[in-house]
Write a protein that binds this ligand. Structure first.
Ligand code: PLP
Length: 387
């Protein structure tokens, strides 16, 4: 039997045609396809601006720069995330710290955040930016986090790499009602793909213009931003130190084509999740729990192997892998990464829920092309290893 991956892109003939059309056109990059994709994202998410990037890591880096994160600043995020959610702060010379997760949603716990903020405010070490991560596609409790941002005066970047197509309190994730910037990833394992790719959304005209400036070398062609009157039509000025973090037109065309199926793809992911929920209901597992008023993008379906189960997580994981079911673990707490252990003095005992999650979590295969027969097989084998 061919192995079953944990995630896989869904590419149709229409997607292929859209990319080929760009290859035959005048512009492979910096043509009309990128603004068109940005327009699609902005309209879908009901934000004021969408800025496409070469990947979500670049978007997170520039989001931090746009919010003027620099040496001496503190950035807090969730320990249960991909390293990029924390690396973006280190790129800016800032320091990183973590906030423990809610044991039911596995997202940053607003109560733990409130307690840590209260302490930090007493010691004068408040964060400049907090980066909540919508793990598996489920929104964090953004109303609570937004209220704390207003109270303590920090900025918020939502790392919504898992979450495009999801909603919070009836509104699309990405509309930035409770944040300054929201970032999406379009890596092939995520919900829709551009190959490599990412985007940053915002309501702020100023932040949008900084995101665009820093995406492309810090170079502007807008006379209003220049120091000198333009010398002629050729003239541009570099007014900040930016990067080349642009998305190509090939990628953007793929993204626009994929985005047409966004709702459909997320609905299909939910059907798969509901089927897992019922097939796994009687096993010694903690299944995903959804906060009221959230509709997940459903990037990942994670289960925690219960303490009462016959075997531990590693035995279950190894058994499933040997059966060709390419389960995964998302994620090792970032403070346990060797690079972070040397730089961030974090006692794992400060994060009991992240530690518990990491010790028990397994990500089961979740992607639109997963068949019912494959899903039945996965659940049968899981039941076998838990018996
Ligand atoms: C995938 C991912 C990223 C990085 O996305 P890229 O597009 O691969 O750079 C950042 N944060 C989280 C939570 C992710 O899952």
């Amino acid at each position: 039997m061919t192995p079953i991956p944990y995630g896989r892109q869904d590419v149709t003939q229409d997607d292929i045609d859209a990319v080929v059309e760009i290859l035959r056109s005048d512009f492979l990059t910096q043509g009309p396809a990128v603004p068109a994709f940005e327009q699609t994202l902005q309209a879908h998410c009901q934000a004021s601006h969408a800025v496409a990037f070469s990947n979500a890591t670049a978007a997170l880096h520039i989001a931090c720069r746009a919010l003027e994160v620099g040496p001496g600043d503190l950035v807090w995020t969730s320990p249960i995330t991909f390293v990029a959610s924390a690396n973006c702060a280190l790129y800016c010379g800032a320091e990183v710290d973590f906030v423990d997760i809610d044991p039911r949603t596995w997202n940053m716990d607003p109560q733990a955040l409130a307690a840590k903020l209260e302490q930090a405010s007493r010691s004068g070490r408040l964060p400049k930016v907090v980066i909540p991560v919508h793990l598996c596609g489920q929104s964090c409790d953004m109303r609570a986090i937004g209220a704390l941002a207003a109270q303590y005066g920090f900025k918020v970047i939502e790392d919504a790499s898992h979450a495009i197509g999801g909603t919070y309190a009836g509104e699309p994730i990405g509309n930035c009602r409770y944040s300054d910037i929201t970032v999406f990833s379009f890596h092939p394992v995520k919900i829709i793909t551009t190959g490599e790719g990412g985007a940053a959304l915002t309501r702020s005209d100023l932040l949008a213009s900084r995101l665009r400036l820093l995406r492309s070398h810090g170079i502007t062609r807008e006379a209003g931003l220049m120091q000198e009157p333009p010398h002629g039509d050729w003239y541009y000025e570099q007014i900040d130190l930016g990067f080349n973090y642009r998305m190509t037109d090939m990628q953007a065309a793929l993204g626009s084509s994929q985005a047409k199926r966004l709702e459909q793809v997320v609905a299909q992911r939910h059907r798969i999740a509901q089927r897992y929920d019922s097939l796994l209901a009687d096993l010694p597992l903690q299944l995903p729990w959804q906060l009221p008023q959230t509709y997940s993008g459903m990037h990942l379906y994670v289960v925690l192997v219960g303490e009462e189960a016959g075997r531990d997580r590693k035995a279950v994981f190894d058994g499933l892998r040997a059966d060709g079911i390419l389960v995964n673990v998302h994620y090792l707490p970032v403070y346990r990464q060797p690079y972070y252990r040397q730089r961030v003095s974090c006692d794992p005992a400060q994060f009991p829920h992240a530690e518990h999650y990491y010790a028990h979590a397994i990500s089961l295969p979740m992607y639109p092309g997963l068949s019912e027969a494959q899903q039945d097989f996965i659940c049968e084998r899981l039941a076998f290893y838990l018996a």
